[in-house]
Design a protein around this ligand. Structure first.
Ligand code: NAP
Length: 262
C-alpha cells in the first residue's frame, strides 16, 4: 500500500513511517526536517503551507499510481493559562493542528475519490474530549479536528473513503520540548508549575510509539471504521466515558485531584 504520514522527523510519526516501511509498504513522510531512512521516503514539507503540501503530493503521484492511506500525525502541544495565551500562539497552534491536517486531507482526496478508496487517520488526543487545565487551546485544536473528521466522513463516504480520529493518551516522545509555551503570569504560576511537572511526567511515562504503530496496523485491517478510536493507558481512556457518566461536579473534582489543582 502507499501510505503518506505527516510529522515523520520525530516521535510517533517517525515510528509509524519506519514500522510500515519495514512491513513492505511504500511510505512517504512529510515534515519540515529531512530524515534519512532506508524504510521511507522523506519529502521536506511544511504542512501549514498548502502549496508545499500540494507539491509534495504531486511528487508522490509521479512515483505512485495510488494513495491508499494518509496518517495526519504532524502536530504540536501548547501549554499555559487561557488568560495569558496570545493570538499569535493560538493561531500558530490551530494553523498546524487543524488547518495543516485539513490541507493534507484536501490534497490527497482527489486521488482517493478517483480510485474510490482511501483511509485517513487524523491523530487526535484523549485530551480533545475534555478541556484540560493549562492546555485549553491544545484540547480545542484537537477537538476542532475531531469535528471536521466527523463532518468529512459523511462527505467522502460515497467514494468508499474512511476517516477517523485516533485519540491518543500520553506517548513517550519529545512533544513536551516542542510545545508552544505561553508566558505564565504570577497569579497562575504556583498552580501551573504543579500541573506542568505532572503533564511532563505523564509523557515521560507514556506508551511507546511502536505500540501506536501496532494499534494502527490493526485499525487498517478493518473494513469499516467508527469516527473515534481511543488508544492509551486505561487511567486516561476511562476519563472519556466518566465525563458523560458522572455528575459534572464529581467529574471536575476528580480532574482537579488528578491534576493536583486546589
Ligand atoms: N506524545 C503524546 O503524548 C501525544 C498524545 C496525544 C496526541 N499526540 C499527537 O501525536 C502527534 C505526534 O506527536 P509527537 O508526540 O510524535 O510529537 P513530536 O515528537 O513533537 O513530533 C512532531 C512531528 O510533527 C512535525 N511537524 C511540526 N510542525 C510541522 C509542520 N509545520 N509541517 C510538517 N510537520 C510538522 C515535526 O517535524 P518537523 O519539526 O521536522 O516539521 C515532528 O516530526 C501530534 O499530532 C500530537 O498532538 C501526541
Amino acid at each position: 500500500m502507499t501510505i503518506i504520514i505527516t510529522g515523520t522527523s520525530a516521535g510517533i510519526g517517525f515510528a509509524l513511517a519506519e514500522y510500515f516501511g519495514k512491513k513492505g509498504h511504500r511510505v512517504f513522510g512529510l515534515s519540515r526536517k529531512n530524515v534519512e531512512s532506508e524504510f521511507f521516503t522523506s519529502i521536506p514539507t511544511d504542512i501549514t503551507d498548502h502549496l508545499q503540501v500540494e507539491k509534495a503530493i504531486s511528487e508522490i503521484l509521479k512515483l505512485e499510481t495510488r494513495i491508499d492511506i494518509l496518517i495526519n500525525n504532524a502536530g504540536m502541544g501548547m501549554v499555559g493559562p487561557v488568560e495569558d495565551s496570545t493570538q499569535e500562539e493560538i493561531l500558530k497552534l490551530f494553523n498546524l493542528n487543524l488547518v495543516g491536517s485539513v490541507q493534507t486531507m484536501s490534497a490527497v482526496l482527489p486521488k482517493m475519490r478517483e480510485q474510490k478508496f482511501g483511509k485517513i487517520i487524523n491523530i487526535s488526543s484523549i485530551g480533545s474530549e475534555m478541556g484540560l487545565p493549562f492546555r485549553g487551546f491544545y484540547s480545542a485544536s484537537k477537538s476542532a479536528l475531531d469535528k471536521v473528521t466527523e463532518s468529512i466522513r459523511y462527505e467522502v463516504s460515497p467514494w468508499n473513503i474512511e476517516v477517523c480520529a485516533l485519540h491518543l493518551g500520553d506517548i513517550k516522545t519529545k512533544i513536551a520540548e516542542n510545545r508552544v509555551k505561553s508566558n505564565v503570569s504570577g497569579a497562575y504560576q504556583k498552580t501551573f508549575d504543579k500541573v506542568y511537572e505532572l503533564m511532563n511526567s505523564h509523557v515521560d511515562d507514556g506508551t511507546e510509539p511502536l505500540e501506536v504503530a501496532e494499534y494502527i496496523e490493526k485499525l487498517l485491517n478493518k473494513n469499516s471504521w467508527k469516527a473515534h478510536y481511543y488508544f492509551g493507558k486505561f487511567g486516561q481512556k476511562i476519563g472519556v466515558p466518566l465525563k458523560w457518566i458522572l455528575p459534572q461536579k464529581i467529574y471536575e473534582n476528580l480532574m482537579k485531584k488528578y491534576n493536583k489543582i486546589g
